[in-house]
Design a protein around this ligand. Structure first.
Ligand code: ADP
Ligand code: MG
Length: 678
């Protein structure tokens, strides 16, 4: 039996080598291939060359009216030119380095070329040729995102083959009521029209269908989780109110009103007999840690354990240390569980957790590994939630006996999106910074103004400040990141010697080395900390008031805002210096946004506007899943509608016994805990 889950090797012409190449694009099965949608379409509507502007991208359909002339120059470089009659005009067409096209250019034949128009010379520098008029070739010009292992043409022909052979087994997922309500295409037509659209209108309908389907299925999964939780009994954490109040009175500062409000929301949830599942959102520096500490303390007064999960070892270690101070003299006993413990230490700690001797476990995702058993876990908290996916959220939830869940995030995605990306959670928001904070001043320097930035740094150090310096990010290679950080460290150490000490932090260091470096910086033994983005999340040293970011244009806005959030944590004036020569308009817009605002929600809004769904810079920072077709910003309306529909569907009594819903029942069984967006 044919199945969409068949491996791609079932297709003609796909052996082990090709399969491996396709796997680099995440394509393993026929289903993967069929849902590998084009990122865009070439507009094959023929251009009117009279009206075409200089340098405009044009598609021209015409007749070949001269023998193609192939000129070779140098090693492997060549030019292929011919005349094309378009209507009453004759234009010159040139291809570079595509000599094999020569044989397709037969005199009098109709061809389509795509390229850039040179109005002055009346010629086209072309990059693509169809040896027919577009409608005859039935190729609307789908363009896929490919890499060096897989070529456009190969992908296109494999997708066509897969479609032809498997079209009969493409299941319909959405119930008829929904398809009719929104006039959606059926799934087979949708897939066909996405890859080989009949015309622009059909392509649009297919995209609309796919967007709705994708959002709906995502929401269905989240809502199903939410519903299962609602039906599930949770723990009733009967904390001791007086002890909690007493603890709060010893914190050393007054909680902001926003902190008080969210503490109340969380505590009310703790007492309720069902499982809390709450997202705590608050901009960097808004004071989420102390809110977590209060919830932890309350849980422990009721005799339960608490767990706090952080995305990096550095942050976990910092939390352990700070909370040890916060909880000094109480009956909170902290254990730090990370990947860098020895096997023996790890075992001892696990035993203590199992016995309940440790009642606050802090760590990285080592916390949710199977071998960690809790005596009576009552509350599980994730810090910097956006770094974890739906699966990890779910895993933590399943630890112990349905503990209450608090997920904290600084990623200030707009509320409408938050409830959508975290559709299975309730949301609490800290929308206020502690009193007395001065807005961070952000300045943008061109790279050739580096010396100015460094003088500024020196002046600030002289005034007693500490500083972070973030080295350029090279996405492809951690080794290069480390090299960059090391180089920058050496330069700065030399430049600042002998007056100031510089530290270096990167991901390749051992846990112990990292601890040492962080301590030296926290204790003021080093004044400057050069680092890769490992310091990005959570690190808290209120005496650090200067942040310098090299090649700032390489970072997404959300990430820049997180990095900037490392300063401005005390009552002294803080500064963020961005060093960048952005090459793109988007890059410039990001720098300007950073200079213009400190407000995480504004930064996030701008970020989403700028990125749309196209740009992947900083994507994993947003906390949003990677949708294939839908754009959670541009298509927000559809997202909201889909969310409602999913909720309604699940609310209907016995929805899972209705025939028309069976494909969805199956879908949920298969996808409950397995996603492509983790
Ligand atoms: P984030 O929300 O980014 O995790 P933190 O919890 O690290 O922020 O808090 C940032 C800093 O602000 C910490 O040094 C913390 O002690 C301090 N802080 C938190 N709440 C208050 C408050 N209400 N008043 C004064 N300082 C506070
Ligand atoms: Mg934090």
């Amino acid at each position: 039996m044919q199945s969409l889950q068949d491996p791609v090797t079932k297709l003609k012409g796909v052996g082990a080598k090709r399969a491996a190449d396709l796997a680099t694009l995440g394509i393993d099965t026929v289903a993967d291939l069929l849902t590998y949608y084009p990122t865009r379409y070439n507009d094959l509507t023929p251009a009117d060359i009279q009206a075409a502007k200089d340098k405009q991208k044009v598609t021209l359909v015409g007749k070949v009216v001269s023998e193609p002339l192939l000129t070779r120059f140098g090693y492997r470089r060549n030019r292929l030119s011919f005349r094309l009659q378009v209507g009453n005009n004759v234009v010159m067409v040139t291809f570079f380095n595509q000599p094999y096209l020569e044989k397709k250019l037969v005199i009098d034949k109709t061809v389509t070329v795509m390229g850039k128009w040179d109005a002055r010379r009346q010629q086209v520098t072309a990059n693509r040729l169809l040896d027919a008029a577009p409608q005859e070739s039935n190729d609307f010009g789908a363009v896929y995102s490919v890499n060096k292992h897989v070529k456009q043409a190969l992908l296109r022909s494999l997708i066509r083959q897969a479609y032809e052979e498997y079209r009969g087994v493409i299941p319909t997922l959405l119930p008829q009521t929904l398809r009719q309500r929104y006039r959606l295409l059926n799934r087979r037509t949708m897939i066909k029209e996405l890859h080989f659209p009949t015309d622009a209108a059909q392509a649009k309908a297919a995209r609309r269908t796919a967007t709705y389907e994708e959002f709906f299925l995502f929401q269905l999964r989240l809502q199903a989780i939410r519903q299962a939780q609602r039906q599930q009994d949770g723990l009733q954490i009967l904390y001791h109110n007086d002890e909690v109040k007493e603890f709060i009175s010893h914190i050393g500062f007054e909680l902001t009103n926003a902190q008080k409000r969210v503490v109340n929301e969380i505590c009310a949830d703790l007492r309720r007999p069902y499982q809390m599942n709450r997202l705590l959102q608050g901009d960097v520096g808004s004071g989420k840690t102390i809110v977590a500490a209060i919830a932890i303390y309350a849980t422990i007064t009721a005799g339960y354990q608490a767990a706090l999960m952080a995305p990096t070892e550095i942050l976990a270690a910092q939390h352990a240390e700070k909370l040890a101070k916060t909880f000094a003299g109480t009956h909170v006993h902290i254990g730090l569980l990370t990947g860098s413990l020895s096997a023996k230490q790890h075992r001892q700690l696990r035993d203590a957790i199992k016995r309940g001797d440790i009642n606050l476990v802090i760590g990285t995702h080592a916390l949710i590994q199977d071998d960690v058993e809790y005596a009576n876990l009552g509350l599980a908290i994730t810090d910097e939630q956006h770094r974890f996916g739906v699966n990890q959220r779910q895993r933590l939830r399943e630890k112990g006996d349905n503990p209450d869940i608090l997920a904290m995030t600084a990623t200030p995605i707009p509320r409408t999106l938050a409830i959508t990306a975290y559709g299975e959670m309730d949301v609490s928001i800290i929308d206020e910074l502690p009193a007395g904070r001065k807005p961070i001043q952000t300045k943008w320097f061109k790279v050739d103004q580096q010396n100015e930035a460094l003088h500024f740094l020196r002046d600030q150090l002289a005034a007693g400040a500490q500083a972070y310096v973030v080295s350029p990010l090279i996405e492809e290679s951690e080794a290069l990141d480390v090299q960059n950080a090391t180089d920058l460290y050496q330069q700065l150490a030399t430049y600042l010697a002998p007056d100031y000490q510089v530290g270096l932090l990167h991901g390749r260091m051992t846990g112990e080395e990292k601890d040492q470096v962080m301590h030296d910086f926290q204790d003021g033994k080093t004044q400057v900390l050069v680092s890769t983005t490992v310091i990005e999340v959570g690190v808290d040293n209120p005496n650090a008031t200067v942040m310098i970011i090299y090649n700032a244009d390489r970072f997404g806005l959300a990430q820049l805002h997180q990095l900037r959030g490392r300063v401005g944590r005390g009552d002294r004036q803080s500064y963020c210096l961005l060093l960048a020569d952005p090459k793109t308009d988007d890059g410039k817009a990001r720098m300007k946004t950073m200079v213009a605002t400190n407000d995480g929600f504004k930064v996030a809004q701008r970020d989403l506007e700028l990125r749309g769904s196209g740009d992947v810079l900083g994507r994993k920072q947003s906390g949003l899943p990677d949708f294939k077709v839908g754009d959670p910003v541009g298509d927000l309306k559809i997202l909201q509608i889909a969310r409602n529909d999913a909720e309604q569907l699940l609310k209907a009594p016995h929805w899972d016994t209705i025939d028309d819903n069976q494909p969805l029942v199956l879908y949920l069984q298969r996808h409950q805990l397995e996603t492509h967006f983790d």
